[in-house]
Ligand binder design. Sequence first.
Ligand SMILES: NC(=O)c1ccc[n+]([C@@H]2O[C@H](COP(=O)([O-])OP(=O)(O)OC[C@H]3O[C@@H](n4cnc5c(N)ncnc54)[C@H](OP(=O)(O)O)[C@@H]3O)[C@@H](O)[C@H]2O)c1
Length: 326
Amino acid sequence: MTVLLRYNSAVPSEDTLSEISSETRFLHAIEMGLGAWQWGDHVVWQYGNEYGAKEIQEAFEASIKEGVRFVDTAEVYGRGGSERFLGKFIKDTDQPVLVATKFFPYPWRLRSRNLPNALKGSLERIGVEGVDLYQIHWPTPLMSVDTMMDGMIECVKSGMTRTVGVSNFNQTRMLAAYSALARQNIPLASNQVHYSLLNRKVEKDGTLARCKELGVRLIAYSPLEQGLLTGKYDMRNRPSGSRSGSLAGILPKIEPLIKLMTTIGQDHGGKANAQVALNWTICKGTLPIPGAKNVAQAQENAGALGWKLTDDEVAKLDELSDQIMK
Ligand SMILES: NC(=O)c1ccc[n+]([C@@H]2O[C@H](COP(=O)([O-])OP(=O)(O)OC[C@H]3O[C@@H](n4cnc5c(N)ncnc54)[C@H](OP(=O)(O)O)[C@@H]3O)[C@@H](O)[C@H]2O)c1
């Protein structure tokens, strides 16, 4: 099957790409994906109140139409509901979709065989024979990185996943995963971590640079800081649900950054704040996977592609984000 993808000019040049293993090269060519945590999640995202199955299917279809074909889900999202939705949406489209899902390290999962068993469950829910990327959702003190990677190696060898990724891994753990897989000649494809203009930890602590050095794709989650970087929330209009608490500390500080993003967006012919925020993550060489609850959000987010912030604009955004986060 030929998969049409938007190619990412911010990441490796032809020379660098030739050093990235052929199995994981497709990830470096993807500019942006679609996050599917919102699909069926009530606690954080209020699925069923403000939006439902119709809206998320429309968001999925709009993304595919715009060339955003990489979907990130997890077995825990909506307690399996997100994977089931993805399976239905894949069946309903004639377009190719790249699927990433995740293993959750529940405390009763202590052995490497838990990984292929969990992946079988994900494949059944999605209704596919294999996924493109299988990720460890979080590290856990209850299972060593070596044991997790033994399970991942089995997932690759059985053909249930094309590539292996980790998520929320610091550099030390990421290097341990990289080495454990390398012993079997399997590349570590990705590390999915929190990264946005309001959370640059992985840039500051060297994780992003290390990813680039090793050819590991850094997948940026919450690239819109869960909606804050769209500029629609402020002290009078706070996000609903659990976000009203978790984002309360940062909300009073973001106004100058939103103003700068709006000015920069205007200089690019009226780009929205969300598009500026996502474009910034792409300029940094990462793969953002914004969540979208409806077609309008999905279309707007896809409009982050096809243009580029200047180096000077990236530097200005960096400077202001540094001031806000200090
Ligand atoms: N590996 C991990 O541990 C981990 C953790 C978190 C997320 N993730 C992944 O990353 C994906 C994205 O992260 P996220 O969902 O936390 O946050 P996000 O992408 O930063 O924000 C998504 C939310 O922002 C709002 N939004 C999105 N586009 C918008 C637009 N154009 N205009 C206005 N509002 C817009 C929507 O919520 P409202 O309309 O309600 O504001 C949407 O649900 C998730 O879906 C998931 O796949 C992974």
